[in-house]
Ligand binder design. Structure first.
Ligand code: FAD
Length: 542
């Protein structure tokens, strides 16, 4: 089927009349019960017809063969075939489409999913027989490099890697990142965007001055802390529920040229986490902090040699973990070429305050771009082995500081036997430095909490411990333990299948979340893949 509208010769007034007529026809068909397949087909062609009649700069594609990519995501476990894909060129394309669907009313089942880079894990950017908006078609990066407050106005569909490349041309860069940069602005701002800079600058949703949003009624709204603040905060961390982010104004800072990248190992969790907590409370010691867990892995230090230099080659070569679980603290100090000697002093000072295993100090110096884009190298390697497009049963948790020891003892010491299925990240953040209170993001009640990410890949058709079933069972055991032990853990990139579970997840924020939903997307048209609200089922805060 052709993808561009065939009604170019119709006048605007005729098109409006045609749309209204189609909506009336459609509503009257939909109101009839017991639809036979003939009437389903006729509804589908009416919908196609009415969508094609919209006056757009971009276009729809209805061809099943061409649109099936939108029924897939990084998780590779959920596949919902859309009805059509919109390739928008302007914000008006998105607004007209949503307005049109809004005017169809609650009797139409049509929903809308914005698709960023499709790196969701459980179908969150998909819609069953609805409209997927291919956000990457909406392009635009404009940098304003004022001295006091540099920022970039960027389309919601741009990738962070593109923003980095563009801002670096001006000697600038955003402050807060994700570990992987082939994600869209709208996709990460709908969650939080957490990485090793979050302890200092807060998550990405903390570094946004303004948004342009298309609500579930099709309205185009500019919002910020000063203007339409409720919508602004609702959308940040809002899981796509309140509006589609078409543009974001993101705060920038002067970009460093280089990063001193440091890794050290611990065999005692309590010492590792104590050092991590100390570092996030310190002022100006470092710019980046993460960490990961190594369970039952041999030859690890050898793998690092391609990118890191041991401080003491001989001692490092003699290091033996004796089968113990190891915890790697990873740090970064930013600097420019002329600051090399200051940076070396800073590094000495930093490591002298830590209690790691002395033979395990590894150092490296990389450009800022290579540092931020580090996961892309792993991606290329995995792609070459056919191991990137596998299933990804990931589990991301936010664990309160007071419970992290109990969590680590049971999960790393008992539930997990190895981490051969993928990395396990663990690092703390300091909520008092975050300005997320009014956003939709849900975090544990304590000021300091740890992000713990189990980033597993399932081997295709394996029935062993590296297969989907075994990993899913293991994830469930972790979740069950957290619930039984009352750890106050919250899921990051949350996934639930019932509204009861969502209510528990949001806790006392649920009431506000539902109120905002009824204000900005009263028909529950947006982001159905999150499975929080269902179109045509009224929602209430109780
Ligand atoms: P999509 O998967 O396309 O969409 C995600 C959700 O947001 C969907 O519900 C969708 O409808 C909605 N959405 C998309 N665009 C918009 C928009 N413009 N407006 C409103 N809603 C929208 N997260 C971190 O915080 N830190 C990390 O370090 C990190 N690393 C990652 C590494 C990898 C390899 C992967 C796969 C994911 C990682 N993530 C990380 C998670 C990632 O931030 C989320 O999965 C994010 O949603 C992916 O962005 P996307 O552009 O692919 O979004």
């Amino acid at each position: 089927m052709g993808s561009s509208p065939p009604f170019g010769y119709l006048k605007q007034s005729n098109i409006i009349f045609l749309r209204l007529f189609m909506i009336l026809v459609l509503s009257s068909i939909l109101n009839k019960t017991n639809l036979c397949s003939h009437s389903v087909a006729s509804i589908n062609s009416s919908i196609t017809f009415s969508l094609q009649a919209l006056h757009l700069d971009g276009y729809f594609n209805f061809d099943a063969h061409n649109i099936q990519y939108a029924a897939k995501d990084f998780g590779n476990r959920y596949h919902f075939m859309p009805f059509a894909i919109l390739y928008p060129i302007s914000v008006f394309d998105i607004s007209s489409t949503i307005k049109h669907i809004f005017h169809m009313g609650s009797s139409s089942k049509l929903t809308v999913a914005a698709r960023g880079h499709g790196h969701s894990l459980e179908g969150q950017a998909q819609t069953h027989e609805g409209i997927v908006i291919n956000m990457e078609s909406l392009r635009g990066i404009k940098i304003v490099s004022s001295e006091e407050m540099p920022y970039v106005d960027v389309s919601g569909g741009e990738l962070w890697i593109s923003v980095l490349h563009e801002t670096l041309k001006h000697g600038l860069a955003p402050k807060s990142w994700t570990d992987y940069l082939y994600l869209t602005i709208g996709g990460t701002l709908s969650h939080a965007g957490i990485s090793g800079q979050a302890f200092k600058h807060g998550p990405q949703i903390n570094n946004v001055y303004q948004l342009e949003v298309v609500t579930g009624k099709g309205e185009i709204v500019k919002c910020s802390e000063q203007q339409n603040a409720d919508l602004f905060y609702a959308v940040l961390g809002g899981l796509g529920q309140f509006g589609i982010i078409t543009q974001a104004r993101i705060s920038l800072e002067p970009a460093p040229q280089m990063v001193k990248w440091i890794r050290v190992l611990y065999s005692e969790f309590s010492i590792f986490s104590r050092d991590q907590e100390y570092l996030i409370s310190s002022k100006n010691l470092l710019d980046y902090i993460e960490g990961f867990v190594i369970i039952n892995q041999t030859g690890l230090l050898n793998n690092w040699r391609s990118s890191f230099n041991p401080k003491d080659t001989l001692l490092a070569s003699q290091f033996n973990s004796n089968g113990k679980i190891l915890y790697c603290l990873e740090m970064g100090i930013y600097y420019s070429h002329e600051e090399t000697s200051i940076m070396n002093q800073k590094t000495e000072k930093l490591v002298s305050q830590l209690s790691y295993i002395p033979s395990t100090l590894f150092l490296s110096e990389v450009t800022y771009l290579d540092f931020l884009n580090r996961v892309h190298i792993s991606e290329m390697k995995l792609r070459a082995k056919g191991l990137w497009e596998v299933q990804h049963p990931w589990l991301n948790l936010l664990v309160p500081k007071s419970k992290i020891f109990e969590f680590a003892k049971e999960v790393f010491g008992n539930i997990l036997k190895n981490n051969n299925n993928g990395p396990i990240l663990i690092y703390p953040v300091n909520k008092s430095k975050w300005l997320t209170n009014r956003t939709s993001l849900v975090t544990p009640g304590e000021d300091v909490f740890f992000l713990v990410a189990f980033l597993s890949s399932a081997l295709p058709s394996s029935t062993g411990s590296n297969g989907l079933e075994a990993i899913t069972i293991q994830n469930q055991r972790i979740l069950d333990f957290c619930t039984k032990a009352h750890l106050g853990v919250k899921q990051y990139l949350p996934y639930y299948s019932s509204q009861e579970e969502w209510k528990t997840h949001f806790g006392n924020q649920w009431h506000t979340f539902v109120q905002r939903k009824s204000a900005y997307d009263p028909l529950a048209i947006l982001a159905p893949g999150q499975r929080i609200f269902q179109k045509s089922i009224p929602f209430s805060p109780s």
